[in-house]
Design a protein around this ligand. Structure first.
Ligand code: HPA
Length: 268
């Protein structure tokens, strides 16, 4: 596995003249528009990168975009890998390990998720304060001790310092934020009504099919994580889950999320 990661890292370093990004950003469903905020230096399709999985789901392109936002060097993953697509957890989290070895100091993750908290509205942005993992843990198996410890601590999993910065920036920009716990599930089914009630009972505020594996792997390697969910539907209302609607709501809220990310990245 280390060899496979190193091959990808070496390829990228040679293709980008060792660009060494400071911030990695994973763009979730419908949130790919953030890429327009980047002053692009290099764009690498996933299929060019050794050992990189290739994404299959609609609404996910598949490239790494290297460039700058203000004075910061960033790399954005346009397109991510989901467990429900049939990838192993090692494949789902492979790109995050690559980004961490490219030297990112922060990982920003975004996703579309279903609201569980009944005070949330469709289109709200939720700062992820913590998560509940209901997917297989990506660190199961022999520990890669070059990357991190056998039993990683999960306190401050979503950096409080970055969340606080986001709160004050959002206030200045007039962007409303919600805060809550993200429940990570396998999908691909949306939840039954009973499951939404169950997730509420165990302390969830939003539910989705990504983010948690990537966060775990980043924390294993000591990279601070900042996560935002776009609430694209409200599970406990009568409305049905629908992939097209998820994409539409994602795009609409994506503009606000992008403004928040840009300011935050400049002020890290
Ligand atoms: N459940 C799981 N994943 C989701 C949802 C949902 O309701 N909405 C968007 N992604």
């Amino acid at each position: 596995m280390m060899t496979r990661i190193s091959e990808a890292v070496n390829y990228i370093n040679s293709a980008t003249a060792s660009f060494s990004p400071q911030v990695g950003i994973i763009l979730g469903t419908g949130l790919g528009g953030f890429a327009d905020k980047i002053d692009v230096a290099y764009s690498i399709p996933y299929e060019d990168i050794p050992n990189m999985p290739v994404s299959t789901v609609e609404g996910h392109a598949g490239r790494l975009i290297f460039g700058t936002i203000g004075s910061r060097r960033v790399v954005a993953m346009q397109g991510r890998f989901h467990y429900y697509e049939g990838y192993t957890m090692q494949q789902v989290t492979f790109p995050v390990r690559v980004l961490a070895l490219l030297g990112i100091k922060y990982l920003f993750v975004s996703n579309a998720s279903g609201g569980i908290n009944t005070s949330f509205c469709v289109g709200d942005l939720m700062i992820i304060t913590d998560h509940i993992n209901l997917l297989p843990n990506p660190l199961i198996g022999p520990n890669m001790s070059q990357l991190g410890p056998r039993f990683p601590d999960m306190h401050d999993c979503y950096s409080k310092a970055i969340r606080d910065k986001a709160t004050s920036i959002a206030e200045n920009l007039g962007i409303k934020l919600q805060y809550g716990v993200y429940v990570g599930t396998t999908g691909p089914t949306f939840e039954t009504q009973a499951e939404y009630r169950y997730f509420k009972a165990i302390g969830g505020d939003a539910v989705g099919m990504s983010t948690v594996p990537e966060t775990i792997v980043a924390r294993h390697m000591g990279v601070p994580v900042f996560g935002v969910s776009v609430i694209t539907n409200c599970g406990l209302s009568e409305q049905k889950g629908d992939h097209e609607d998820v994409q539409l709501q994602g795009r609409k809220a994506g503009e606000r999320m992008s403004r928040l990310f840009v300011e935050l990245i400049e002020k890290l």
